[in-house]
Design a protein around this ligand. Structure first.
Ligand SMILES: *Cc1c(COP(=O)(O)O)cnc(C)c1O
Length: 438
């Protein structure tokens, strides 16, 4: 094995810490949960990241989701370049907003109308406000371990970095602000039924990750999504699918396409982000036209954004979605095969070494939980041995594989990953698993 040198990244991190809290602009990037120093990235291409010391890594976190077609995907890069030449922003409407909206609509039949924002956080925050405005009700049901961005009302028992750092709810969120957020266990329909009984005609919406990624990967139990659909309909609440992670990843039409047969009626509202911007900051909220038409300037629910529908971001999204739509028949089966080879391959190695590992995979997202027991909700995810995960993570980094730096995050595979990358990941994991349980 080549010596793993990180001298330049360390120096860059130390310099960054003097101006940026923790040296980062988003907490999990700091590697606090896994120890060691975060490499600083210089460039990336296809399935590989290159850091400031010249180390190469097979990328298994894909910018936390957007890089479904691999890094520096030429049509996306070209579209951004071309749009930049016409000026990066106007603060006025462009034809490109309709073009991307039409492509989103084509992929998600439940989205009759939509609005662009600049992040998944904004998309979810706006969808909640809209649901409350439309129903004229205050309460929101969310689920433990699900992450819907960092808006105040949604930072209750949240996943992602909130779970990684064991923050029960963020400081700076007054109890009154979160008072109308009900956080329930995922995959537990009974708890939802009880909440509706306890707050009759006061619940505006149920928001969830239809497949959880932000507590690590957790699939919905059979009948769970259909049960939520039935309960929300019965009680006049809106059902919001947060597909910021799963949209365009689990299928072209996200989890709602993948689980369509069981779901029956589609969600009322959907939020998107990550892949839809091709790596640029884009979020979307959309759904039923009667609900969306409550937004200003047509209706009384206010929502706005200086850079919303930014032309660079629209151009990147259009290039991305065109490719996905055109090549869906090859793309999704390939993602499925490559991800299964990686996820199941490491599961097999762990079994051979007698290590208790639970592998959860849905499409091209997966998590290796360091626990021998099934993971079906946040409580069972939390039973994982995070010290083992941290050693495994470190061992993989040293052998040129970059996993998300937390047990409570999903790993992602792109179309740029192939047999070579599968081999590299399995070879690294064989040794890193040994380190992990040492
Ligand atoms: C990433 C994510 C968000 C937040 O999106 P940002 O662009 O980081 O604000 C919201 N919901 C889900 C499911 C996500 O995975």
């Amino acid at each position: 094995m080549m010596p793993f040198v990180t001298t330049r990244s360390r120096a860059l991190q130390q310099r960054a810490e003097t101006l940026l809290p923790g040296g980062v602009d988003s907490p999990v990037r700091a590697f606090r949960a896994v120890g060691g120093h975060p490499p600083f990235v210089e460039s990336a291409e296809g399935a590989y990241l290159r850091d400031a010391d010249g180390n190469h890594y097979v990328d298994l976190f894909g910018s936390w989701g957007p890089m479904l077609l691999g890094h520096a995907f030429p049509p996306v890069v070209e579209a951004i370049r071309e749009a930049a030449g016409r000026s990066p922003s106007f603060g006025a409407s462009t034809a490109s907003e309709y073009e991307l909206a039409a492509l989103v609509r084509q992929c998600f039949p439940s989205i009759e109308k939509l609005r662009f924002v600049s992040s998944g956080t904004e998309a979810c925050m706006s969808a909640i406000r809209l649901a409350r405005g439309f129903t004229n009700r205050p309460f929101v049901i969310k689920f433990e371990g699900c992450y819907h961005g960092h808006a105040d009302a949604l930072l209750v028992k949240a996943g992602s970095g909130v779970a990684t750092f064991g923050i029960p709810g963020s400081a700076g969120v007054p109890a009154e602000t979160a008072m109308h957020t009900l956080a329930l266990p995922y995959n537990d329909l009974e708890a939802v039924q009880q909440a509706f009984d306890a707050h009759p005609e006061l619940i505006a919406c149920v928001i969830l990750e239809p497949v959880v990624g932000n507590a690590g990967t957790i699939a919905p139990a059979p009948g769970y999504l259909a049960g939520l659909r039935a309960l929300t309909q019965e009680h006049g609440a809106l059902l919001i699918f947060d597909e910021v992670m799963t949209g365009f990843r689990l299928a072209l039409g996200g989890a709602q396409e993948r689980f369509k047969a069981e779901l029956g009626t589609l969600p009322d509202l959907t939020t998107l982000g990550k892949i839809v911007g091709g790596g640029l900051p884009v979020g979307v909220f959309g759904g039923r036209a009667d609900v969306m038409d409550c937004l200003a300037p047509l209706g009384p629910v206010y929502q706005a954004g200086t850079l919303s529908g930014n032309p660079l971001a629209m151009a990147a999204g259009i290039a991305m979605l065109q490719k996905l739509i055109e090549h869906r028949e090859e793309i999704y089966p390939k993602l499925e095969r490559t991800t299964a080879a990686i996820a199941d391959g490491v599961a097999r190695l762990a079994a051979e070494q007698g290590i208790g590992l639970t592998t959860n995979r849905v499409g091209s997202m997966f998590t290796w939980f360091f626990t021998p027991n099934p993971v079906t909700d946040f409580a069972s995810a939390s039973a994982s041995d995070t010290a083992r995960f941290a050693r495994f993570h470190r061992g993989m980094m040293e052998r040129g594989v970059w996993l998300p730096p937390s047990q409570y995050e999903a790993a992602f595979v792109s179309t740029a990953h192939g047999e070579d990358e599968v081999e590299k990941v399995l070879a690294a994991a064989k040794e890193a698993l040994r380190d992990a349980v040492r």
